[in-house]
Write a protein that binds this ligand. Structure first.
Ligand SMILES: Cc1ncc(COP(=O)(O)O)c(C=O)c1O
Length: 301
């Protein structure tokens, strides 16, 4: 499914490196690390009713990613929250919006891979857009398995939420050419890791399974779904899972800030058939929706 373009986004203001600028003036330098090497970390945030879902957890992950990559002059939590608040206020966004929060290593004095030529400190970008949930959660999504592997920690640790997304983009291109919504990426042992943009769960006989967060992103929605399931005594197992186990599951669903919980209805042409009539995902989705306002960081604007 191609994301619909909302013409209201033509007139948004974007925060870049301390300034709030109209969309066509919001730019980073050609010397910025994100241009030179995809050298940036990011978070996707969703706005519900004047609050940001799980903001603290997203900022914790952003700071952890920036620390792992040894960024310098990282803005404080207060400054980031201020930048987000200013941006949302300027755009009049209280609901149905999404923020791509990016922190780049910043501008280099000369083109180079070496972070020592980054003399200006990191650069914060708050890109807020009017955006509904990305997937149709009623209809669900069709996916393929990709030949592109998700990184394991021995190549590039997925605990770092970095903007160097080329293997995920390659997997998405395969999904596009196959006429489906997303692609399952395997880990380097051939077990399922996640979709190119969201985490994956399966249900078999009332038990909830999800891959270890070794190669996949340790998604915040993933973590919350595990917590909700455990709180209502659904047995949750994190282990290596093969594609066959996904093909033959009773329910499969994806999780992520951009789409909440989304049913996966077909994998590599195999329909997901609910032979036991379980409704684990529907119950988790209801509980998740009930938690949204409690988990939102209310902004003052
Ligand atoms: C590759 C990938 N997997 C999963 C997710 C979902 O993570 P979260 O639930 O924290 O939004 C994301 C979100 O950015 C992602 O990029």
């Amino acid at each position: 499914m191609l994301q619909k373009y909302n013409p209201k986004n033509e007139n948004i203001h974007i925060y870049v490196g301390g300034e709030l600028l109209p969309r066509d003036q919001a730019k980073v330098s050609v010397f910025d690390s994100s241009v030179q090497g995809g050298d940036a970390v990011w978070e996707g945030l969703r706005i519900y009713n004047g609050g940001i879902f799980c903001l603290d957890l997203h900022l914790d992950r952003l700071f952890a990613s920036a620390k792992a990559l040894a960024f310098e002059h990282i803005p404080s939590r207060e400054i980031i929250i201020q930048a987000i608040t200013q941006t949302l206020k300027k755009n009049g966004m209280y609901d149905d919006a999404h923020i791509r929060l990016t922190l780049t290593r910043g501008e280099k004095v000369t083109s180079s891979m070496d972070p020592r030529v980054n003399t200006k400190g990191s650069c914060l970008i708050v890109l807020a857009e009017w955006k509904p949930l990305v997937y149709d959660n009623e209809k669900g999504i069709r996916v393929i398995s990709s030949s592109i592997r998700r990184n394991s920690p021995q190549f590039l640790d997925s605990k770092i939420h970095h903007a160097n997304l080329l293997n995920n983009i390659q997997a998405k291109i395969q999904a596009n050419f196959s006429g489906v919504d997303a692609a399952i990426m395997l880990d380097d042992d051939g077990f399922v890791s996640e979709l190119n943009d969201t985490n994956l769960f399966l249900v078999k006989g009332e038990t909830l399974f999800t891959p270890h967060a070794d190669s996949c992103l340790h998604g915040i929605t993933r973590g919350l779904v595990i917590q909700i399931a455990e709180s209502v005594n659904i047995h949750v197992i994190e282990r290596n899972l093969s594609l066959t186990e996904f093909y033959t599951a009773d329910e499969v669903f994806a999780t992520g800030t951009m789409g909440e919980l989304t049913p996966v209805v077909e994998i590599d042409g195999r329909k997901i058939e609910n032979l036991t009539g379980s409704n684990v995902m529907e119950n988790l989705m209801t509980a998740f929706k009930e938690l949204i306002s409690e988990k939102c960081y209310k902004l003052n604007y």
